[in-house]
Design a binder for this molecule. Sequence first.
Ligand SMILES: NC(=O)c1ccc[n+]([C@@H]2O[C@H](COP(=O)([O-])OP(=O)(O)OC[C@H]3O[C@@H](n4cnc5c(N)ncnc54)[C@H](O)[C@@H]3O)[C@@H](O)[C@H]2O)c1
Ligand SMILES: O=CCc1c[nH]cn1
Length: 488
Amino acid sequence: MDDLIYDTQPQASHFVDGAYLEDTDGIPIDVIYPATGEVIGRVHAATDEVIDKAIESGRRAQAEWAAMSPRERGRVLTRAAQIMRERNRPLSILETQDTGKPLQETLVADATSGADALEYFGGIAAGLTGEHIPLGADWAYTIREPLGLCVGIGAWNYPTQIACWKAAPALACGNAMIFKPSETTPLSALKVAEILHEAGLPSGLFNVVQGAGEVGGRLTTDPRVDKVSLTGSVPTGRKVYAAAADGLKHVTMELGGKSPILIFDDADLEDAVGGAIMGNFYSSGQICSNGTRVFVQKGLKDRFVARMEERLKGAVIGDPLNEATNFGPLVSARQMEIVEGYLKAGVAEGARLVTGGERLDRDGFWITPALFDGVTDEMSIAREEIFGPVLSVLEFETEEEGIARANATEYGLSAGVFTRDISRAHRVIGKLEAGTCFINSYNDAPVEMPFGGVKMSGVGRENAKAALEHYSQLKSVYVRMGRVEAPF
Ligand SMILES: NC(=O)c1ccc[n+]([C@@H]2O[C@H](COP(=O)([O-])OP(=O)(O)OC[C@H]3O[C@@H](n4cnc5c(N)ncnc54)[C@H](O)[C@@H]3O)[C@@H](O)[C@H]2O)c1
Ligand SMILES: O=CCc1c[nH]cn1
């Protein structure tokens, strides 16, 4: 499979009912390679006819899929995982072309993460059982049933991973899914659909339709849809959650963050710097869980900043398809403008730009990794999600102060602690208001661990056994063994 290269112009815009589907009446969407700004493909947003076909085929297929044994469903997912692994390189190249992320990253974090999810949920599908509840002479039992037709709506930073993190638990539980990728990165989800069908997934169970927020909105509000799972920003999450609530639909909301990393004086400096690099500059800083507020205790702060500046010289910025490159462009001109705006705001508000933050004089959307020191809590770079390569260092003195300042945000996606004092590590993590936490590490996202946020960062969890709760519902059955006693 290593010689397989996918065409960046897909066969058609949508994948519906087991086949590619085109309808050029839909609004055209150009696919732009972020490293050069070139148009490398074009898709069309789904028309009402495409959406209707996706919904109808999904509902039809779901009824039969739910009637299969969970083990049979799991086998299809496991096979898809295997195909995905075999095609990791061409899938990674396509992901790099879609997102601009370096191939060095996409080879290890995108299709591989998608395959992990398919394998994990394929493996535990057979364990989807209810429970027996003894009630003296009588008893009850529960059955874990699917929700029906689920809609997945993706962000642009991890297109393959997001499609698989949603599809794998949904399908394992016996649901169908319609997935709408971000309009910025429409390519990879089509490959996920191809692979699932090649692995034996019946037609209609995983449909991909293209489009922007308007298509997402139509899917969210359609009464034939039972659940909506969004990965996106908080403003979009508010809209989608509200629209879904009107139909009392189930939701999963994987939203944005402004996560803290607390680095104590006793931390291993190299690990702390490495963790902060993983939490700020991987994927050019475009990761929801990034720890962009790096609180460093006073005794270590200057050494931390100096060492970070030094290690940032190791960023290899260049052609993302060259495996030596470890830092790529931002996903779009719009995202680059947003980041530039925050860089200017940081300087204007009095933070010290230690290094980076330069726009490169070349085609594409390039900004070098930026390190700010002397950041204070009220600055916009410390309060708002930037979603770009901008690390802010904030100094703190005591544990209590660090925790209070870390929690002073409406977000609650992730948090990290670096310290050699293991009691302190657990004590601090216990007090941090975040859904996904790390001790002496940052940004690991294994499928075995639940992923998601608290406060404005989200509702529900992806991955692990926890995801099954969000793609299934319990039916309770009371069983009377004796006669029914009634008052009359
Ligand atoms: N928590 C997580 O797991 C996670 C993961 C990745 C990204 N994110 C977040 O995503 C954001 C970046 O991604 P983005 O710019 O693509 O986000 P976005 O909110 O702009 O868009 C996300 C998706 O929602 C769709 N959408 C927009 N308006 C809609 C509406 N009214 N109804 C239905 N769908 C609508 C978009 O077309 C896109 O597919 C960041 O805030 C980041 O933190 C969160
Ligand atoms: O972007 C958010 C999800 C994620 C975190 N780490 C890898 N993917």
